[in-house]
Write a protein that binds this ligand. Structure first.
Ligand SMILES: Cc1cc2nc3c(=O)[nH]c(=O)nc-3n(C[C@H](O)[C@H](O)[C@H](O)COP(=O)(O)O)c2cc1C
Length: 305
């Protein structure tokens, strides 16, 4: 049987593979991308880019727990102007479609970044990071009202030449109001989940274990939470949902596809094993053959209660 492993993402177009790489988890430069060479990666999402350069939070920024990671990177990046200037050097030859993740403190900031990115040819889309929970005054504060999400999607849609993905935090995915606002405002897809707000203390030093007071939790421990949200949101909106949160194996990826994700994205666990996309795609292909499944959407169509 010939199985079709491509995926249709609506206005974003078609990906050769349903396996994507999540924002912020795979560096912003060539050496990281080299590790993915030859792997069945449908698209790479860049680290979130902001209008101005950001130094990020104090160290330590990563805390590794059993089955989870807490990061408090604080959106460190060099700002959109440098990103545009160096885009060809850093991403020009990676051989995968690129989605640029952006975040702003206001609708205007999002719009300014989106406009500047119009000067790059061939981007697959922009992912609007509406949720980064570990940056004071940004992310959650900005995206705490569905109407604001609608506003930013609409404003970026009217100035960007690329399709938009609205990336939601777990708080914004607890019900479907944020996803619906994004869809109605013209988002091409929804991606979820961003990290779960979390903290860890260093009891012997009487202080937080990360440089910032708290951070965002990711990795296998968040998977069941993400799965439930993807199940619910994918049934509420009629645009594709890109699912992520703790995917560590082919079986995990199949669960996400079965729950309703059109494509899946790997974050934390790709830092542990950069060959994960190939392993996951191999498992998905084997699963499709074993169950006589011709195309990826059939995996979720076969799901029943
Ligand atoms: C170190 C690190 C940095 C991250 N940076 C970003 C970021 O810049 N923008 C963003 O939208 N998400 C960021 N994320 C969230 C991931 O893209 C992803 O949504 C989340 O980690 C859940 O997936 P995972 O459990 O597979 O990692 C980051 C996650 C980690 C672990």
């Amino acid at each position: 049987m010939i199985c079709d492993h491509s995926v249709e993402l609506g206005a974003i177009g078609s990906l050769a593979s349903p396996v994507m790489i999540s924002s912020g988890t795979f560096g912003v430069a060539k050496p990281y991308m080299e590790l993915l060479r030859g792997q069945p990666v449908g698209a790479v999402v860049t680290k979130t880019i902001t209008l101005n350069p950001k130094a990020g939070n104090p160290q330590p920024r990563i805390y590794e727990g059993p089955c989870y990671l807490i990061n408090s990177i604080g959106l460190e990046n060099q700002g959109v102007d440098r990103f545009v200037d160096f885009y060809n050097d850093e991403y020009g030859e990676i051989g995968f479609p690129v989605i640029v993740s952006i975040s702003g403190n206001s609708v205007d900031e999002f719009v300014t970044i989106a406009r500047k990115l119009n000067s790059i040819d061939g981007l697959l889309g922009l992912e609007l990071n509406l949720s980064c929970p570990n940056v004071d005054g940004e992310g959650l504060a900005f995206g705490s009202v569905p109407e604001r999400i609608g506003e930013v999607v609409k404003a970026c849609g009217s100035c960007s030449r690329f399709p938009l993905i609205a990336k939601l935090s777990p708080f914004q995915a607890i019900d479907d109001s944020f996803a619906l606002a994004a869809a109605r405002a013209g988002a091409a897809a929804i991606s979820l989940i961003n990290t779960v707000p979390a903290m860890v203390l260093d009891i012997h030093r009487f202080r937080p274990a990360t440089g910032a007071l708290s951070g965002g939790m990711s990795g296998p421990a968040v998977k069941p939470i993400a799965l439930k949200m993807i199940y619910e949101i994918s049934r509420s909106v009629d645009i594709p949902v890109i699912g992520m949160g703790g995917i560590a194996s082919g079986e995990d990826a199949i669960e996400f596809l079965m729950a309703g994700a059109r494509a899946i994205s790997i974050g934390t666990m790709n830092m542990v094993d950069p060959s994960l996309p190939g392993q996951i795609m191999g498992k998905i292909a084997g699963f499709m053959e074993r169950h006589d499944i011709e195309n990826l959407p059939e995996i979720s169509r076969r799901f029943h209660l």
